[in-house]
Design a protein around this ligand. Sequence first.
Ligand code: R5P
Length: 291
Amino acid sequence: MTSVIIGCSGASEIARKIARRLHLPYSKLSAEKFPDRELHVGFNTSIKGKIVFLVQSFYNNISDKILEVLFAAQTAKDLGASKVMLIAPYFPYLRQDKRFKEGESISAKIVAKIFSKVDKVFIVEPHAHRLKRFKDFFPNAVKISAADVIAGYIKKKFDDYVLIGPDEESSNWIIPISKQLSIEPIILRKKRLGPKSVKILSSLNKEKKVKIAIIVDDIISTGDTMVEAGKEAKKIAETIHYIGIHGILVGDAMKKLRKQGEVVSCNSIPSSASKIDLSKAISDEIKRFAK
Ligand code: R5P
């Protein structure tokens, strides 16, 4: 066995599941803070000659988590790892993919560069929808789709529903999900007015009533996109179900959404809503790189 799965601070549970599925050894990375808040990182298993899969999800203390992975990746190389891969159930900073205003940084480009030293970066549903050529932008990244697991969850739990994407970009995951469910989705149009304000521009046909509306977005951050889409969906549906691939759920997002309906997310970011397991989708993709 020459591969090892290493659980970093933001993804130890999902890392353990991936290791179990692939019958690979698992070890947790030590990531402690010195009294002055500097980071101390260390491996608890032998790394020499191994293919090292670091598993990290970047939420909450995002900058610390980035540094933790960079320290771990460099340390693995120093200790003689044959390859260092990063599995990121949630990868950050990809929404700032262009200079929207003069003088601001293109964060997505910068993080891609920062992680260019890692042999491969496996990312579940990266927010890369506006980028025509993600590969040019992030050459060592491999996208992992969550469409299968989400379609499987919907199939098991619901019938007589309509599937809704809250904005044009959502066609990237709504279409693959709806193909698997053999249904015709509804894709709304959205205008973003600011980081905390969105407006849904589409109007649904109130004559076509349904029992359940399932709205799927790739990221739930403030929850405003989902709340606004939910208000529109409420015109045609009795109940609303929200599915977020990455449930960042900042501030009172969960509270706002639970007032309108049920909230479920994938386990790229652990929370009381993270009920859809991504470990199979991730394992299926990385197994050809593991030995
Ligand atoms: C936007 O491009 C994304 O696909 C999501 O719709 C967005 O990040 C959701 O953010 P919020 O929950 O803050 O509306």
